[in-house]
Design a protein around this ligand. Structure first.
Ligand code: AP5
Length: 217
């Protein structure tokens, strides 16, 4: 299966993509995670991306294309993948179409995850992540067993620098302006499936499995 998950910041793309990828043996490819790793390692790509991510804008199309191209070429991506957070504007959608065409591949489905806009800030301001393994929690909606500590490795959980309220609003504006128009593009291509992200993580996962059942067949 080759899938694309899209939706506004904080809707639950990463949470659901990681879980679905694990259940189905797919490769989870998150451009946000790859960029954060580059920032953490201080690579040239990371140095370029850091100030852009801190203000909630999109990093350059060329930079993310290079990351995605390289990642899709790794052996585990041959078994299928979920692209999480890519593409994010029409130019990136065209780049992806070209990349997949060169590889003789196509997308099976594009999942648009949706949520009422007023839930976005509470979801993101309560997010905590593990700096060691990347596990994602929410202080009330998806809490770790021990407050502030990762269930897997007990590392101290941290808050993402772009999860401050003013940056969340800028990320949301970037999404509305640049990414949301892709929903119509993929609907016209006959690939779009909508999934509501209201309710618990398990509720959303069940809806997603039902919606993707046909694509998995
Ligand atoms: P990215 O990391 O992709 O951020 P985003 O799109 O803003 O999405 P998030 O990761 O914030 O949210 P999510 O939808 O994955 O939600 P999550 O599952 O964590 O990108 C970051 C930045 O990198 C961008 O701003 C940009 O600068 C750059 N970038 C990335 N890709 C790029 C590209 N292609 N081009 C250019 N620039 C790019 O869930 C959120 C919280 O809610 C968590 O705490 C979670 O535990 C909780 N939660 C989830 N589901 C539920 C539920 N059902 N009930 C209760 N809590 C829940």
């Amino acid at each position: 299966m080759r899938l694309l998950f899209m939706g506004p910041p904080g809707v639950g793309k990463g949470t659901q993509a990681k879980r679905f990828a694990h259940e189905r043996g797919l490769c989870h490819i998150s451009t946000g995670d790859m960029l954060r790793q580059a920032v953490q390692r201080g690579t040239p790509a990371g140095l370029q991306a850091k100030p852009v991510m801190e203000r909630g804008a999109l990093v350059s199309d060329a930079l993310v294309l290079e990351l995605v191209d390289e990642r899709l070429g790794e052996p585990d991506a041959a078994a299928g993948f979920i692209l999480d957070g890519y593409p994010r504007n029409p130019r990136q959608a065209a780049d992806l179409a070209r990349l997949l065409e060169q590889r003789g591949e196509g997308l099976d489905a594009v999942v648009a995850l949706t949520m009422d806009v007023e839930h976005i800030v509470p979801r993101l301001s309560g997010r905590r992540s593990c700096p060691e393994c990347g596990a994602v929690y929410h202080v009330s909606g998806n809490p770790p067993k021990e407050p502030g500590r990762c269930d897997r490795d007990r590392a101290e959980l941290v808050q993402r620098p772009d999860d401050q309220e003013d940056v969340i609003r800028d990320r949301m504006a970037t999404y509305v302006e640049q990414t949301a128009p892709l929903i119509a593009f993929y609907r016209d291509a006959g690939l779009l499936r909508g999934v509501s992200c209201e309710g618990s993580v398990d509720d959303v996962a069940a809806r997603l499995s039902a919606v993707l059942g046909a694509a998995a067949a």
